[in-house]
Each structure stands twice: as C-alpha cells, then as structure tokens.
Design a protein around this ligand. Structure first.
Ligand SMILES: CC(C)(COP(=O)(O)OP(=O)(O)OC[C@H]1O[C@@H](n2cnc3c(N)ncnc32)[C@H](O)[C@@H]1OP(=O)(O)O)[C@@H](O)C(=O)NCCC(=O)NCCS
Length: 257
C-alpha cells in the first residue's frame, strides 16, 4: 500500500477515535509536528489536533486554516499510526507553524534555559510528569513552593520561580522560557517574592546563588537589590556544564535593623 506523504506543517484529517476520557475525539484536522526525517521512515506520525472550540489556553496556539479561526491543541499532542490519516487537507500558514514549533521547543526541553540549572533538559513527557509530581510533593511537604508564571495579556506560560524556606531564610530559584528573556519579567517576579518574604515576621534573609558564568542571573539579582556576598566554591553541580560541582556566586538581601 502506498503511504500518503506527510510533512511537518501539513494538516491531515485524522481519525482519532476510539479515545478515552478527556482525549480529543472525532475525525478532525490535525497538524503534523514530527520532523520530516521521522515522517519518511516511520509508520507513525506525531500530530497536534486542531479545534475551533475552546479558549486560548497557553498550550493552544491560535491559527487560521481554510478561512476558519481555531487552535492547534498542543495539550492533546499524540503519536498515531499512519492508518489514522484519512487525507491531506493542506498546509498551515508559515507563521502559525513557526509559533507551534517555538512552543514545543521552549520550556523545559530548551538546552539554553537548562544550561546553568541543576537539571538536564527534559527528553520525554515522563521527565516532565516526574518534575510536576516533584512540584506537587514539595508544596504539600512545605519544603519548597514552585510557582508557574503566566503572561497577563495572552495567558502564555512564561517560566517558573521557586522559593525554599529554611528556618529564617528563603532562597530562590527561577527560569524563563527563552523568548521572554530580557524583558524585565523575572526582575518583576523576584522583586515580588523578596517583598513578600521580608514582610514575613519570621524571615530575615532572602538569598540566591548562580553559576559564576551565569551573567544574566547575576545581573538580575543585582538589579533587584541583592548584594554579592562572595563565591561559594564547588557549591552546586550544573550537569549541563560538568559533573563536578562548580563555583557559584552568592547573593542576598536581609531585613534591616
Ligand atoms: C536569568 C534569567 C531568569 C534572567 O531573566 P530576565 O527576565 O531575562 O532578566 P531581566 O530582563 O529582568 O534583566 C535583569 C538584568 O539582567 C540583564 N541581563 C539579562 N540577560 C542578560 C544576559 N544574557 N547578559 C547580560 N545581562 C543580562 C538585564 O539587562 C538586566 O540588567 P539591567 O537592569 O542592567 O538592564 C533568564 O536569563 C533565564 O531564565 N535564564 C535561564 C535559566 C537560568 O539561568 N536561571 C537562573 C539560575 S541561577
């Protein structure tokens, strides 16, 4: 049997049923997102279902296809056998394709974001699920409080900030998706956290460390009013740079008086 050609960016009508629970149903247009090297060699294809219904959730990329406005539902991404592809409907606008690919690339799988972090880029959905379970666990234990950050105007996911409370001190960790860098967004989030922490009667110190080479993070900590205390030698392993612990800059701000 000859296989219908499929290319990343093409829209195919895909038979999604049978489905379970909240999985998106029916035979509907889906965007092919798997790279062409895979599409050439595998029977399966990775697709993002499209819908005209619903709201602009962060993972739903607005698009126009065949004169109708809708969304590419990245939250419903799935791998399907080629047999589910009914026919090719056309190609999405280049601008929409670029946005979808950018959304897939950013966040926890972006090596540039992870470079100075204590984790490596996520490779599978299971990695991200494990990370999210950890977020839930630490929150319940009260050992750390991770917050996700969302852009007010369009509800897009921007990044994460985490505070860890140890006795009378709070330390911070944070990361922004790359397309949001250098817009003062993390300065805003860190400032809010510092103000909140120092307003608590039991908290006297807010601090953060960053790799000695992480210029952006060091500059950010200075910008929000923290002072450099010094270098913590061989303090943290940043596995994307080396297996051995690296020197880190230590910054803090403390309660006056
Ligand atoms: C570190 C990070 C959160 C900075 O966030 P940001 O929102 O881009 O920072 P801001 O726009 O608030 O900028 C704060 C200051 O840092 C400077 N800055 C930001 N990125 C910079 C860079 N790559 N090089 C030099 N300076 C930089 C800004 O110019 C600004 O300084 P200014 O007040 O003198 O203009 C972001 O780069 C990031 O997420 N990096 C990857 C993850 C990471 O390293 N997290 C920190 C681990 S310790």
């Amino acid at each position: 049997m000859t296989r219908a050609p499929r290319a990343r960016g093409d829209v195919h009508l895909v038979r999604l049923d049978p489905t379970l629970g909240s999985e998106i149903q029916k035979t509907r247009p889906c965007l092919v997102v798997s790279p062409d090297e895979l599409n050439e060699h595998l029977r399966t294809v990775i697709v993002a279902p499209m819908t005209t219904a619903g709201h602009a959730y962060p993972w739903r990329v607005p698009c126009r296809f065949r004169r109708r406005s809708g969304f590419v539902a990245l939250d419903q991404l799935r791998t399907v056998d080629g047999e589910r592809l009914v026919r090719r409907l056309g190609r999405l606008e280049p601008q929409n394709i670029a946005t979808v690919l950018q959304r897939l690339q950013e966040n926890a799988s972006d090596p540039a974001v992870a470079k100075y972090m204590t984790w490596t880029p996520h490779r599978t959905v299971a990695d991200t699920k494990e990370f999210l379970s950890r977020c839930e666990r630490v929150w319940i234990e009260g050992s750390a409080f991770p917050w996700s950050l969302w852009y007010k105007q369009d509800g897009a996911f921007v990044g994460l900030i985490e505070v860890r409370v140890r006795a009378s001190a709070v330390d911070l960790g944070y990361a922004l998706a790359r397309r949001w860098w250098r817009q003062r967004l993390m300065s805003e989030a860190v400032t809010a956290m510092v103000e909140w922490a120092l307003a608590q009667p039991t908290i006297y110190r807010v601090w953060a460390t960053c790799d000695v080479d992480n210029v952006a993070s060091a500059r950010l900590l200075e910008r929000v009013g923290m002072e450099r205390e010094g270098v913590l030698r061989r303090w943290l392993v940043h596995p994307n740079l080396s297996e051995a612990p690296r020197d880190c800059l230590c910054y803090s701000i403390v309660k006056a008086g």
